[in-house]
Design a protein. Structure first.
Length: 279
């Protein structure tokens, strides 16, 4: 059987025709042959399946489908990374060192001081461990950073002459270190937080070196050991810190810039010599 377009139309049962009639709401107004013709016409248009028993007026539907509200996403705050206190880490590392070699290794492994990233190497100490006198400088300079030893530039040469004047020598009876083991950029002053995080290592250094007297040179050393600055006011006066007698002195680098202050420095050296001879 052919349709109006000449395409074959397969026969449909009466029940399907009746369903189409019901869908159009015209069961009482159409006979079988009229309904069949309407069915063939819809098939030619491509409507080959009945999808519901009730008619739908597509023209009466809204232009846009109602938007379905998505459930609100549960926002969870990102987990903040745990902040590490470098002072706590430094204390644990320093207290775990049982010797000067172990302390050096612990300081070299310490990763929380930004100065380490800009320095060539760790400047740990020089001189004779266990000596009667321990000198604490401020921080390495360019020459110290290059050679890995404290007080090796012009300031170090002046220090050696000052010590020799009162019969002291780093190769025999003096041990030398710095508050900071890494050179600050452009030799700037160390920041308070840098001093604070490295102080546990300095305190452990003194405990392991076991000197009888501490000589602290410059404002930075006074701040780290005594907790105060003002070297001009503090110099030459004995203090007590880290369970040891402490005498502040001008830093040799300062004496190179201000040679007129060498007289006061000589007086401080004599004070140190008197103390050593009296012990």
């Amino acid at each position: 059987m052919l349709g109006a377009t000449g395409r074959p139309i397969k026969p449909y049962s009466l029940s399907l025709v009746q369903k189409v009639v019901r869908l159009r709401g015209m069961e009482s107004a159409l006979d079988y042959h009229t309904a069949r013709a309407l069915l063939e016409w819809q098939i030619e248009l491509g409507a080959t399946d009945a999808i519901g028993n009730a008619p739908i007026d597509r023209y009466a539907l809204p232009d846009t489908a109602p938007k379905v509200k998505k459930p609100a996403a549960v926002q969870t705050a990102p987990e903040k990374p745990k902040q590490v206190d470098p002072v706590v880490v430094a204390k644990a590392a320093a207290n775990g060192a049982g010797s000067l070699d172990q302390l050096r290794a612990a300081m070299d492994a310490f990763q929380h001081c930004e100065l380490k990233r800009g320095a060539r190497q760790l400047v740990f100490a020089d001189g004779t461990p266990g000596a009667q006198v321990m000198i604490i400088g401020e921080a390495p300079g360019r020459e110290e950073d290059r050679e890995g030893k404290p007080f090796v530039g012009r300031a170090g040469q002046l220090l050696d002459r000052m010590l020799a004047a009162i019969d002291l020598d780093r190769t025999q009876n003096v041990y030398i270190t710095n508050v900071l083991p890494w050179r600050p950029p452009q030799n700037r002053d160390p920041k308070p937080e840098e001093i604070g995080m490295m102080k546990p290592f300095l305190e452990r250094h003194v405990a392991l070196a076991k000197p009888e007297v501490l000589v602290i040179m410059g404002n930075i050393s006074c701040q780290a050991v005594l907790g105060k600055r003002g070297i001009t006011r503090l110099r030459g006066k004995w203090e007590q810190a880290l369970d040891l007698p402490v005498i502040p002195m001008f830093h040799p680098a300062y004496l190179l810039r201000q040679p007129q202050m060498k007289r006061q420095a000589w007086a401080d050296l004599l004070e140190l010599k008197a103390r050593l001879e009296g012990t």
